[in-house]
Design a protein around this ligand. Structure first.
Ligand SMILES: [Zn+2]
Length: 457
């Protein structure tokens, strides 16, 4: 019992080839120019690409935002992900003050286990660093968590520079990787206070309150500390040209830095905040959308192999009843936007169709590089004998238009409303099981926890 996918163009980060792919059970067992395998269900993939299942390195499902949780939980979020061809997501477990890392991990397992339609793993956000949490790092590795997240903004989440140094050093002992939200929280507070004395109900102030300088300063400080600690580091959701310049300088001096950006920073810009009335609230996220020149700089970085991953930072809130919390005070608008469902098609349209980059780069950013950095390769992120049969048969000619009304994501808005393009996942396999076709999930709840190992980069 299995599938023989014939005549597709199989995509790797370093090239694409016409080949047949044999799937038996949960695994890929053979990739060759021509495969003869009687008894298998044959799928004709001529004229289509075959990508390894995509990995979203950055989601927040069922996140507690104080008065409510995000619109998408693990059930709807992972279903939306796999509808678009994303077969693995990495969500963020957040340690609360006074909580152990193990306790935090248990909470997230309870939210995800048995409710997921794609495979999933967890990054661990450390917010309460002490001797106890330090001792738990080894236990995290044992439980398959090898990547971490630290915040340089938000009073309830952020770590100080001493803690940053200590955590980077401790994680390096396990050969894990630390991702950091780089924004200088104090600068943001000062600028926001100044702005709020002007007109506190205007969404237009959101990007002004979180300037690119706050990102660039935090990146510079982080990279200085990582250099001292002698560890690599991952910058999550890079949004600005100024921040990118800091990364470029450090790499030139030989420092190992990984970079994630998101579709919103490549495709949208801050003019969205000037929409009439409260409509701009749908685009409130942190870091905020930047200027056109930032978008262009990030695309150039994608093509020059200066960006390693494309995550979404999917963190969905309804305009009705959730975003409205900030109607009279823009700083109270819950920050976050959805996107895990549409990320592959958006990248394909704006990157490949519009000639900014290639299908190979798409494979690298959405599958291969994150699989290697986060200790899942070649189980995930590759079409090789022995890899999980997570496959996306991609129809380059299929036209689409994005709308909140028709999306699988359980939220009443999308920042990509009305955008159209071509190219989407025709068929999605999760560990050998066909689960979705052209944006519709027909087989749900097949997702399993991914037990990850040390980074491979
Ligand atoms: Zn995030």
């Amino acid at each position: 019992m299995g599938y023989l996918i014939k005549n597709g163009t199989v995509v790797y980060a370093n090239g694409s080839y016409t080949a047949d792919v044999l799937v038996e059970g949960e695994k890929i067992t053979q990739v060759a120019k021509t495969i003869d395998a009687p008894g298998m269900t044959v799928i004709d993939a001529s004229g289509k690409y075959i990508f390894p299942g995509f990995i979203d390195t950055h989601t927040h499902f069922d996140l507690d935002a104080g008065d409510f949780h995000t619109a998408d939980d693990f059930y709807t979020g992972t279903k939306a992900a796999i509808a678009g061809g994303t077969t693995s997501i990495l969500d963020f477990t957040t340690q609360e003050k006074g909580q152990t890392l193990t306790e935090a991990l248990d909470v997230w397992h309870k939210m995800a286990d048995g409710k997921s339609s794609c495979d999933y793993g967890f990054h661990m956000s450390i917010t309460d660093w002490n001797d106890e949490s330090k001792k738990e790092i080894k236990e995290m590795t044992r439980q398959g968590v090898t990547s971490y997240k630290l915040y340089m903004a938000y009073d309830n989440l952020k770590v100080n520079d001493k803690e940053l140094f200590e955590i980077l050093s401790a994680i390096e002992e396990e050969h894990g990787i630390v991702g950091v939200h780089c924004e200088n929280g104090d600068i943001i507070k000062a600028v926001t206070e100044k702005l709020k004395s002007e007109e506190r109900n205007s969404v237009r102030l959101h990007p002004k309150s979180r300037p690119a300088e706050a990102e660039a300063e935090a990146i510079n400080r982080l990279l200085t500390i990582a250099k001292l600690a002698g560890t690599p580091v991952n910058i999550v959701h890079l949004s600005s040209k100024q921040g990118l310049k800091v990364v470029q300088r450090a790499r030139k001096e030989g420092q190992q830095v990984f970079v994630e950006t998101c579709p919103q920073y490549l495709i949208l810009d801050e003019k969205e905040y000037n929409r009439p009335g409260f409509a701009g609230a749908a685009y409130v996220c942190a870091p905020p959308l930047r200027k056109k020149e930032d978008r262009e700089a990030l695309w150039e970085a994608v093509e020059k192999d200066e960006v390693d991953m494309l995550g979404t930072d999917h963190c969905s809130f309804n305009m009705g009843g959730q975003k409205t919390r900030g109607k009279d005070d823009f700083t109270r608008i819950p920050g976050g936007i959805p996107g895990t469902e549409q990320r592959p098609m958006l990248f394909y349209q704006y990157g490949v169709v519009e000639g900014r980059t290639s299908i190979e780069r798409m494979c690298q950013l959405l599958a291969e590089r994150p699989a290697k950095l986060f200790g899942m390769y070649p189980q995930k992120g590759a079409i090789l004998p022995g890899s999980d049969a997570d496959l996306v048969i991609w129809d380059p000619d299929k036209a689409w238009t994005i709308s909140a009304k028709t999306q699988v994501q359980n939220v009443d808005n999308t920042p990509y409303e009305g955008i159209s393009g071509t190219g989407m996942a025709a068929q999605v396999f999760l560990r050998g099981c066909p689960v979705a076709e052209y944006g519709k999930v027909h087989t749900e709840l097949k997702g399993k926890y991914i037990h990850r190992t040390a980074r491979q980069l």
